[in-house]
Design a protein around this ligand. Sequence first.
Ligand code: SDX
Length: 428
Amino acid sequence: MAGKATLSIKDKKTELDVLTGTLGPEAIDVSSLLSNTGYLTYDPGFQSTASCESKITFIDGDQGILLYRGYPIDQLALESNFVEVCFLLLNGELPDKIQLKEFRNAINRHTMVHEQIRNFFNGFRRDAHPMAVMVGVVGALSAFYHDTLDIKNPEHRAISALRLIAKMPTIAAMCYKYSVGQPFMPPQNHMSYAENFLHMMFATPCEETRPNPVLVKALDRIFILHADHEQNASTSTVRLAGSTGANPFACVSAGIAALWGPAHGGANEAALNMLREIGHVSRIPQYIARAKDPNDNFRLMGFGHRVYKNYDPRATVMRETCHEVLETVGAHDAPIFKIALELERIALEDDYFIQRKLYPNVDFYSGITLSAIGIPANMFTVIFALARTIGWVAHWNEMISSPYRLSRPRQLYTGSKERPYVPVEARK
Ligand code: SDX
């Protein structure tokens, strides 16, 4: 605890504890404010609210810093791999060789889904958005594991975490295969996590293929970049759902639903669609003008961030990865990449964006990269959900494994005061 803050309301002074973390802003503990003063705090959008204490991820938005359990995101993205990062986020430390091997093997024992899961897909239209399918199928997983849903049991929490990490790629690839009318491809446990996903996405029973190792490495890096991001909207959704005692599959399904929105994880699909709509660098100025027009609700998708008021460190790695992938697939002169680079250059020189500290975020280049890998735009947020599952599960587990309370915010009520019911005959 770092000391006290004094709140003066009319003639009454109230002392509040000031809490100090390892890094980042200190926090004023207002948990007893209502009982001590009769006042609520008011913070729509939670711009100034710490909803919990966490040891998993740290973001410094002004410095453009992102740490997973203290390790800088660019070092992990360039030197680690996604399965190792999953272990790190879940357990707090990098695994040794034996731990990493055991963790990878444990994931491999859960990559298949129950055969009955196939039936859920038949209830969807082939052109259903894959995020709608993911919300339904992932939530339905809780119908298959009645014997291990005691969230107070650490072993049940551990097996649920493994099942979610292991099955998300399988379910995500099934969403794609169902949409294109191709047979589901079973997971190949001898392949790496990202390689297996690309195999399940693009292989067919008709011929043996191996995904391009450069694309596998790029996708693994994309998974790392999207793995966690402290208390973002979807992770906060998972924590709030988890605080009711809901099972982890239902909580992750709620997280998937929250991620879908274009202000959050849906921005990668929206950013690519925006770049395609711009179509040529000569049309960029008119879109910049629209983004600046207060009467036009158009926004530059992939730009801006609630926390980052500097360059999103993930966007830097994402742009480099994008360039590598485009080189690999022979699309280094892809017009859409040129539009993105020029749009970024113009925006970063424009006072409107400079004053509002609007920089490209992780979603700005991810869409171009995923598209170059061959992944359709409506699967981009599914990839985001696949990667973010480890973040959601790590935060859920962190909350449930230590004392927690039901999350139940209050409100500032501005509706009608009490009034008597009026029978319809007597109404004007
Ligand atoms: C993710 O929280 C996370 O960590 C999320 C995420 C994660 O890993 O989980 O990082 C992933 O969701 C990244 C963000 C992806 N979303 C987008 O790219 C969509 C476009 N961005 C915006 O919608 C917006 O920037 C938000 C939603 C991301 C943040 O909005 P805020 O913090 O609520 O800021 P705001 O809307 O109050 O904007 C402040 C000003 C406003 O102008 P004024 O009213 O001051 O005149 O900046 C303007 C906004 O109009 N503005 C933009 C803009 N983003 C903000 N103007 C044009 N284009 C934009 N993209």
